[in-house]
Design a protein around this ligand. Structure first.
Ligand SMILES: [Fe+2]
Ligand SMILES: [Fe+2]
Length: 192
């Protein structure tokens, strides 16, 4: 798999696995997983819940962390590059659309600044990793640090933020937001 391909770790290694609790996506409907399932598909008629979209990304990222850790040499480098790209796209989608949509509510207003900080810490570690050879002795240490930060942030969003958002936004609003987030994800993943 070359670094230029849009196929991701999840699609290559776990094509049939879907995180528990996520509704199966009907054939032909993309479900917001453009970068995780292959080339872009038509969006028309897609039924996407914003929170499900983010939880799918989180599940894929968790699996990808293990895949990258287990890989060696050139494969490790390429798999890491795919993971880093997917994480950055996920962060931009949250920052550009999801956090702004919920900052007007009392209980979720304070989340965006802290979450942006968490994203920055993870992305700083990703940059450090990108600059190091994968066989450098420091690589695994920095990777562990990044994984710890990322998993803590994911747990925080899923345990605290998402349930609050669900209490503020009804299904129709979450689906409308999900559609916009999916389009943003497609835009960010599109080859330039
Ligand atoms: Fe986040
Ligand atoms: Fe997230």
């Amino acid at each position: 798999m070359s670094a230029g391909e849009v196929y991701s770790i999840q699609a290559v290694f776990f094509p049939h696995i879907r995180p528990a609790g996520i509704k199966p996506v009907p054939p032909g409907i993309h479900g917001g997983r453009t970068h995780l399932t292959g080339p872009p598909q038509p969006h028309e008629g897609a039924d996407v819940d914003a929170i499900q979209l983010l939880i799918q990304d989180h599940g894929d990222a968790k699996k990808a962390l293990q895949v990258v850790e287990d890989a060696r040499g050139g494969a490790k480098k390429e798999l890491f590059a795919a993971l880093a790209r997917d994480l950055k796209v996920h962060n931009r989608v949250e920052e550009n659309l999801f956090y702004p949509a919920v900052r007007g509510f009392v209980e979720t207003a304070g989340y965006a600044p802290a979450d942006r900080e968490a994203h920055q810490s993870v992305e700083k570690a990703l940059l450090r990793l990108k600059a190091l050879p994968v066989d450098d002795p420091h690589w695994a240490t920095v990777f562990d640090l990044m994984r710890t930060q990322l998993l803590r942030h994911i747990a925080d969003e899923e345990t605290h933020l998402f349930p609050k958002v669900r209490s503020y936004l009804d299904d129709a609003k979450l689906q409308e937001l999900g559609k916009r987030m999916k389009l943003e994800k497609d835009r960010l993943m599109a080859p330039v």
